[in-house]
Design a binder for this molecule. Structure first.
Ligand SMILES: [Cu+2]
Length: 270
């Protein structure tokens, strides 16, 4: 092959490479982002949830009030209308929703701009994170700091995913002299020995209530209704008289199956 021919080949081939590299996707870090919030609006049937003062009735005909409600939401992902999926980086995807605390009734995310038509999250804390080194369990997951709310059982039992407490005349009198009910539900499947697995993944279609349009200079808010009456009224009718205290036991599976249905997308503010 003469030097002439080699030069000609290079001239033909080189443009192919440059045109290929032009097609490469820009790195995702340069993606345009904006703010998206998810609001957890806790209700009881058709009523607003009022801690302590509200009085409600379950399907078993038992009246009750609620004085504490909190649950973990984690591993959030969102589907765009163009078919792509955005998964919130796992290290920043753990939130504790607390009724009665203004800063803890919503989650604020920074996501790529675009239209989102479905939302998915885990109600609870996944098994991998539950057993990670404590350095990887910060913020809402820190078992020491700020855990006066008591959302951690221990190494093999993990986190309490969902905690609801209140009063009911149907519940027996406890040592403090109150007719108290307590539902502390968790169970990630266990680490050193198999245990109950109550991890629930919730997926909500946003199209009927309005897709989230995430745009520059705007905040889109996905407004969810969370009906805690479903804790009692679901595939199992839960009675406060029969089960006033449910913690780490087989019966917790019934409560978790019930509460997995409590989320509903109501509307989106764009
Ligand atoms: Cu709203």
């Amino acid at each position: 092959m003469t030097i002439h021919k080699i030069i000609i080949i290079v001239l033909f081939v080189a443009p192919l490479f440059t045109s290929c590299s032009k097609d490469a996707q820009p790195p995702s870090s340069t993606e345009e982002r904006s703010s998206l919030s998810i609001e957890f609006d806790n209700i009881v049937g058709g009523q607003n949830l009022q801690l302590n003062t509200g009085s409600y009735t379950n399907a078993a005909g038992e009246t009750f009030s609620v004085d504490r409600l909190q649950y973990f939401v984690s591993n959030i992902s969102l589907n765009k209308t163009d078919g792509t999926v955005y998964t919130v980086p796992q290290d920043s995807s753990y939130f504790l929703v607390k009724e009665g605390e203004e800063d803890a009734d919503h989650v604020t995310l920074s996501v790529p701009t675009g239209e989102y038509s479905s939302l998915s999250f885990v109600l609870g804390v996944d098994s991998l994170r539950s057993t990670m080194d404590i350095a990887k369990r910060t913020g809402a997951l820190d078992p020491s700091g700020g855990m006066d709310d008591g959302m951690y059982w221990g190494w093999n039992s993990g986190y309490i995913f969902f905690k609801m407490e209140g009063l009911s005349p149907e519940a027996p009198v406890d040592p403090t002299g109150k007719h108290k009910f307590r539902y502390h539900i968790g169970g990630f499947g266990g680490y050193s020995a198999p245990t109950i697995n109550n991890i629930k993944t919730v997926t909500l279609n946003l199209t009927p209530g309005g897709v989230a349009k995430v745009r520059q200079g705007r905040n889109s808010n996905i407004h969810l209704m969370v009906d805690v009456l479903k804790v009692f009224n679901g595939s199992t009718t839960v009675s406060l008289a029969a089960n006033p205290q449910v913690m780490f036991s087989d019966y917790s599976v019934n409560i978790a199956n019930n509460y997995a249905t409590m989320f509903r997308h109501d509307h989106t503010e764009n």
